[in-house]
Design a protein around this ligand. Structure first.
Ligand SMILES: [Ca+2]
Length: 437
């Protein structure tokens, strides 16, 4: 029962004091004695009621206080629970916050590192840019230089071509003059013979007929090489025309002085005016000036040496003026299909005890055709086209080095068993002549 319900139950007892007191207000009433008694009872009741009322009121206040205390306790308990929960949540939030802070710190450290790296890389990139710019400038300078050189080379090439044409004309004239001289000599000789005969027989010579006969016989004569020209009585060294086949002719320099003469020259170096770092095709067809440095051409040498047995003579000159030679009793080269392979027999001479050409033979190699026995490319390394082995003891088509520059050069003009492998020679000549001469 709540305090308020108790209040309701006792409310009929809480009468106003003036109503209780009214019965004792008339002392001279006929029923005075009984009235006094009643009045005393009434007073007693009234006091008792007052006491009871006070007790009831006190008890109600107590109950009320207890209820309020219960309520307060409940509230406190709930508050404590909420506080605990709040504390837990706060701890969790704090933990989370510290974790986030740590992560943030780590991230900022990583960012710093990355920034440093980025800065470093930027510096490197700018350095590279600078280098690149320098290289580009150099490249441009080189390109302009190259352009100038190209123009110069073009001009020089045209001059060389012009000179070559003049030279060819002069050579042709020289050959014609020589043959005319020979014809005249022959004609004079035959005229003299006829005169002596006619003197004996008393007949006048038909000189015109004799001239015609001599002329036609000479025109019909086709020389296969310099040995035949020599044997025909032409003893001066120079450029002559030979008949490789019935149709094909070729101009050749004939050496009519060395070791009895009649040599067809197939290679010559003497002053470094010709570039010998050439392609397979150029070595095939020949290049250079016949009066100066040249390579006759592998195809012609193959055609010549496949007709009959030939000797080879290699003449070498060093920078002290010393001359020497190597002689081979048999020399021929294979066809283009056989890579113009070299075949040799019997070496002798003054340019070394052993042969500086690969005596067992070797295929021909150029800068654009690697047929050597090296895993490298000898023609590129040592320059020139040659019968390289791996790479072998000779290369007469190497770089030309002038006097003072010719020592310690592996890519020079080498003839190992004459002057060693790093000595570049001053002059060379390779020439062939039939074995039967
Ligand atoms: Ca090779």
């Amino acid at each position: 029962m709540t305090w308020f319900q108790e209040q309701d139950k006792t409310s009929h007892l809480l009468l106003p004091t003036w109503q209780i007191l009214c019965h004792c207000c008339f002392p001279k009433h006929p029923f005075h004695t009984s009235s006094v008694f009643v009045c005393q009872i009434e007073k007693y009741v009234k006091d008792s009621l007052n006491v009871e009322m006070a007790q009831l009121q006190q008890s109600a206040v107590h109950n009320h206080t207890a209820a309020i205390l219960d309520l307060g306790t409940n509230l406190l308990t709930q508050t404590a629970q909420h506080t605990r929960k709040l504390t837990d949540v706060e701890i969790q939030v704090l933990n989370q916050t510290s974790r986030l802070e740590i992560q943030l710190l780590e991230n900022s450290l990583s960012t710093n590192k990355l920034e440093t790296q980025l800065l470093h890389q930027s510096t490197e990139i700018s350095k590279l840019h600078d280098k690149n710019r320098l290289l580009e400038q150099k490249m441009q300078e080189l390109e302009s230089g190259h352009h100038d050189l190209q123009q110069l080379v073009a001009r020089q090439s045209s001059v060389i071509t012009e000179l070559q044409t003049h030279l060819d004309q002069a050579t042709g004239n020289n050959s014609i003059l020589l043959s005319q001289q020979q014809q005249l000599t022959d004609t004079v000789n035959s005229l003299l013979k006829l005169c002596s005969k006619d003197r004996g027989a008393g007949v006048v010579p038909n000189s015109n007929l004799a001239f015609k006969q001599r002329d036609s016989s000479h025109e019909e004569r086709k020389y296969r090489d310099c040995s035949e020209i020599f044997q025909a009585g032409f003893n001066n060294s120079g450029v002559y025309t030979i008949h490789i086949s019935t149709q094909e002719t070729k101009k050749v320099y004939c050496n009519m002085e060395a070791a009895g003469g009649g040599w067809s020259v197939i290679q010559r170096r003497k002053d470094g005016t010709m570039d010998f770092q050439r392609t397979w095709k150029e070595y095939k067809m020949g290049f250079g000036s016949l009066f100066g440095e040249h390579w006759l051409g592998n195809e012609f040498v193959f055609l010549l040496t496949s007709q009959r047995p030939y000797n080879l003579r290699v003449e070498v000159t060093d920078w002290d003026g010393q001359q020497a030679f190597s002689h081979y009793d048999r020399f021929y080269i294979g066809s283009e299909k056989q890579n113009y392979r070299l075949f040799l027999k019997s070496h002798s001479g003054t340019a070394g005890r052993q042969s500086s050409l690969v005596i067992n033979g070797a295929d021909f190699s150029t800068k654009d055709m690697d047929n050597d026995n090296c895993i490298c490319k000898c023609a590129l390394m040592l320059t020139g086209g040659w019968w390289f082995d791996a790479c072998g003891p000779s290369n007469l088509n190497g770089m030309y080095y002038s006097h003072g520059q010719n020592m310690g050069k592996l890519n020079g003009i080498r003839w190992h068993y004459f002057k060693g492998s790093s000595y570049s020679l001053r002059a060379t000549a390779m020439m062939i002549r039939p074995a039967v001469f």
